[in-house]
Design a protein around this ligand. Sequence first.
Ligand code: PLP
Length: 371
Amino acid sequence: MFEIGQEEIDAVTEVIKSGQFMRYRGGEGGFTETFEKELCSKFNTKHALIVNSGTSALICSLAAMGVGPGDEVIVPAYTWVASAMAVCAVGAVPILVDVDDTLTIDPEDIERKITPYTKAIIPVHMLNTPCDMDRIMQVAEKHSLLVLEDACQAVGITYKGKMLGTIGDMGTLSFNMYKNITCGEGGGILTDNEKYYKRALMYHDAGCFTREHASSIQEPFFPGVNYRVSEIQGAILGEQFKRLPKIIENLRERRKVIAEVFADCDKFKILKNNDESSAAAILIIYDKPVKVDSLIEVGGRHIYTNWDPLMNQSSFHKDMNPFKWAKREIIYTDDMCQKTLDLLARVKNIEIPYDMSLDEVKTYAEGICNE
Ligand SMILES: *Cc1c(COP(=O)(O)O)cnc(C)c1O
């Protein structure tokens, strides 16, 4: 689901005509920088950095917070595999934990899986659904852990009035074409922490020590990679961002109509949402595993049991295998998050029919109920 049109075409045309494709060649005030400032202001966060993918945003954030070899990072068993692979990319190991009956990471299971080596938690706001951030932040504080929110699938969604991605120490967004707003491929990093922001800036841009803004950085420089975006992406995102409030409002409105119809349906229950008042997604749960063709399976590629390269603890080079650097033996088994598997067999995601009128949405919801 995404909206795109003449505004984006015009913005890209402007970039092409200007001949200025790189964000750090045109001086201050380019498209990417302008979008970052907009993002900070609308999301109420001190720093935003746009990078070339959501995965890059996760890797950059982990590097920025100093997560690395020997560290364990808690990740839900139900997510896009990139949440876990980003952990391996910085040399740490993902520790998988169950989701609860909201289909987001279970704060109780987080506590059970904390060890002396745990460094961070990655709560993932799947399918526009917020995690229980109050509980997660409490657990993190109690055990002195960092929190990196993966809001890649929930750009523009709020939890108790705060934008997802701005509650933890750092947060990430994705702008690939399956996400709420898109420029084809892209990602965003959000943080209030200046040190983390500066370190992310370095990591994403070959250490950034040759840039003009290097003089404003007090942190020690270290080598990085290249996760920069081009001004073409920045220009598209600037326009996409203007569409976001309407997109979220549309989802919320239609979600409400569907929830009202489903409230009277005895075939399934609506899954609890951690912030019912601003919910923009709807998932349902049956008593027993079911197969309903028209409904969207939420498992598949997003269940840990199907992440073969990770489950096999493989790496591109045997000496660069983070599982060798772990402080204890990490064992992955197919049944390690059984509760998640049981839930996923019974839960379906109801796609919010974005283009339907509210009357049509009602009929659509009744159809699902009578199926
Ligand atoms: C899409 C997604 C990512 C990664 O985003 P890319 O932009 O595709 O790299 C990370 N985590 C989750 C939960 C996602 O859905």
